[in-house]
Design a protein around this ligand. Structure first.
Ligand code: GDP
Ligand code: ZN
Length: 305
């Protein structure tokens, strides 16, 4: 038997708990509930769904395979999927709150490990003073040396917003970074009608206007889309095996095959090509220190059996 004739493809453009808003191929949205408690459905998912029989909720029948999953630990420490099919992580930093490049390294590593591209956004360039200018420039050249595009933006003056929009075109993106770096302000620049869009999602899902826990997928005027929710903005890059961390530092990839030992952790092993590249100045020392710090963190967090 083939699929029932009432089955339609759709995209989940908002989720609030079990309720999801599915956009059909003509752009109309339908409030749906997943069939069965075990069917996890999140914003960004491509799904098969069927309309409500009696003017109530539609039903999500199945979820297509995901190209990536954005996760964070739930209150029991298990990974909870916040969004699906994200293809670009924009890691945002700013001269205030106090910038911490390790946080950016973590987001960049998480993006690589989930199979998404990443860029670095230095926001609030209208506020960069002598105190931070030199260091922000140094970090920017480390990130670009590692292979990342680095954009300078101001949500206040709109400088660089067109460049950011151009990077997001063709992607399903998220803005990630410390609270206060300007993610909501950038989003307001990128999605001009965002308040109206968010309000219509709130009323469609039956949640109050001020409910802020919904994840929403916004289409961008210049193409591409961006998924936003407080959880997505603050997501903590997931816990991985310490051995996997190196794959999160994209500039190590050319060197890792030349390490003497196939299982090299790039710490104190003899013949480590990654350490040699750091000594030669090919890999930035600070990025390498972030790698070691992230390995130590994962050793602490990884469940011990
Ligand atoms: P979020 O927590 O990352 O979403 O940050 P917000 O967007 O809420 O911004 C935090 C504060 O920084 C707010 O007071 C914004 O007005 C301010 N802000 C955001 N972007 C810029 C910017 O580019 N320049 C300046 N001067 N202030 C900004
Ligand atoms: Zn090595």
């Amino acid at each position: 038997m083939g699929a029932a004739p009432s089955t339609h493809p759709g995209r989940v453009v908002a989720n609030y708990g079990r309720r999801v808003l599915v956009r059909d191929s003509s752009g109309d949205t339908h409030l749906c509930i997943p069939r069965g408690r075990r069917l996890g459905v999140v914003c960004g998912d491509w799904v098969q769904w069927e309309p409500a029989a009696s003017g109530d909720f539609g039903t999500v029948l199945s979820v297509e395979a995901r190209s990536s999953e954005l996760t964070r630990p739930d209150h029991r420490g298990r990974p909870e999927v916040l969004a699906a099919n994200v293809t670009l992580v924009a890691a945002v930093m700013a001269p205030e709150p106090m910038p911490d490049p390790f946080i950016i390294d973590r987001y960049l590593a998480a993006a690589a490990l989930m199979g998404a591209d990443a860029i670095v956004v230095v926001n609030k360039v209208d506020r960069i003073d002598d105190k931070w200018a030199g260091r922000l420039d140094d970090w920017a050249s480390e990130f670009s040396g590692a292979g990342y595009d680095v954009l300078r933006t101001s949500a206040r003056t709109a400088e660089g917003i067109d460049d950011l929009a151009a990077c997001l075109a063709g992607h399903t993106g998220i803005l990630a970074g410390q609270s206060g770096v300007g993610k909501s302000s950038l989003l307001n620049r990128l999605v001009p009608a965002i308040d109206a869009a968010t309000a219509s999602v709130s009323s469609a899902t039956g949640e109050g206007r001020h409910t802020t826990t919904a994840s929403v997928l916004h289409e961008l005027p210049g193409g591409g889309e961006i998924i936003d929710s407080p959880g997505v903005r603050d997501y903590a890059p997931g816990v991985v095996e310490p051995r996997e961390v190196a794959a999160g530092f994209v500039e190590f990839a050319d060197h890792v095959p030349h390490c003497r030992f196939a299982n090299c952790m790039h710490r104190d092993e003899p013949g480590c090509a990654v350490k040699a590249a750091v000594a030669d100045g090919v890999i930035a020392e600070r990025r390498y220190e972030s790698y070691r710090r992230l390995v130590r963190l994962m050793e602490r967090l990884a469940p011990k059996y």
